[in-house]
Design a protein around this ligand. Structure first.
Ligand code: 0K2
Ligand code: SF4
Length: 327
């Protein structure tokens, strides 16, 4: 016999009679650099035919990577995995100078999908070295963007700074010619604290011309700030190796709201919704909107969902594709 309502012994988290308010952050998801990088791989596949090799995940998202694999992309970590006669794309995060140098030495056909905002930081690094400055680079050790940016300048002329505590231990004085730069996907608040500490210890330090943290990173953090305090839980769609996505989880947690990073809807444990009336939802710069809809659909299977979009900024950035793919 069909019950008129869902069974009363269903867990409270999955009682479809219970309302669930969803506050969806805007902007969220793909940024202009990610759009461009994915289009570069797609156009390279059209122009050169499969397979097209991609050095490192084009962006840190399994769904994106798997979709491109289905179209004929092959993902590798290093150039020595690329055959001499195949085209190769460098990921959005950027590469050290040694990578295009090696590609040229081997006469590989390569396309650089480094985000123009990351390339801008690379050029600043070169200019600072030309001016005889030692660069203090704020970033997370081991991240491909950090490896790429630090690899723009000779070894020994750039030092990584990860935390405020690192600042106290730097082997420099107020006499040294110093400048700083940052990774594009950092926490706006943490970076500000590190910069304040650097300027306090080294008043002579030269700042970048403009903020290196990109518009997409700061807008997504601002949008989470706008919703987090009104939410019982904030879900961030993104990968565990996605710096900008991890920062969104931290932003919500620092405002005292429980927050979880999920790659797909199937990672949501329904028990997370126990006693939860409002869920915030956002996506890192490498997570496609289809995964946001997947999460909304999954939550709607469990609760009566009402959606509201809360916007912190408007975005209309578009980056040109490399000429070799448009001619
Ligand atoms: O945030 P991350 O730098 O780890 O990278 P993704 O998650 O792939 O997002 C795209 C940004 C790439 C470059 O800034
Ligand atoms: Fe470029 Fe920022 Fe997107 Fe990274 S997050 S690809 S720097 S726009």
């Amino acid at each position: 016999m069909n019950a008129p309502f869902p069974s009363t012994d269903a867990p409270a988290s999955r009682d479809t009679r219970l309302p669930l308010k969803l506050l969806i952050a805007a902007p969220r998801g793909f940024c202009a650099g990610v759009d461009r990088a994915i289009e570069i791989v797609e156009r390279a596949l059209q122009k050169y035919g499969a397979p097209v090799y991609v050095r490192h995940e084009i962006v840190h998202n399994r769904y994106v990577v798997d979709s491109l694999k289905e179209k004929g992309a092959i993902f590798v970590e290093e150039l020595d995995e690329v055959p001499n006669d195949a085209p190769v794309v460098f990921s959005a995060h950027g590469v050290p100078k040694s990578v295009p140098a090696e590609a040229e030495r081997r006469e590989l056909l390569y396309v650089d999908a480094t985000c123009p905002l990351v390339s801008k930081v690379h050029r600043q690094a070169e200019r600072q070295i030309e001016k005889g400055q030692h660069i203090l680079f704020i970033g997370h050790e081991g991240h491909p963007e950090v490896i790429g940016t630090m690899g723009q300048v000779p070894i020994g002329q750039i030092t990584l700074v990860e935390t405020v505590d690192d600042v106290a231990n730097l082997p420099f004085t107020t006499e040294d010619n110093l400048s700083f730069l940052t990774q594009t996907t950092l926490s706006v608040d943490d970076t500000h604290e590190i910069v304040v500490a650097l300027q306090k210890r080294f008043p002579q330090i030269v700042a970048p011309k403009a903020e290196d943290i990109c518009y997409a990173t700061s807008n997504r953090q601002a949008a989470v700030k706008k919703i987090a305090s009104s939410c019982d839980l904030v879900l961030v769609i993104g990968a565990p190796n996605s710096s900008n996505s991890l920062r969104l989880v931290e932003v919500a947690q620092r405002l005292g709201t429980d927050s979880r990073l999920i790659q797909r809807a199937d990672e949501i444990d329904p028990s997370w919704l126990d006693g939860v009336g409002t869920v915030g939802l956002t996506a890192g710069a490498s997570a496609p909107e289809t995964l946001v809809r997947e999460v909304v659909d999954r939550l709607s299977e469990w609760r009566t969902v009402t959606e509201e979009t809360i916007a912190a900024a408007e975005e209309n950035m578009v980056f040109k594709l490399p000429r070799q793919l448009t001619e």
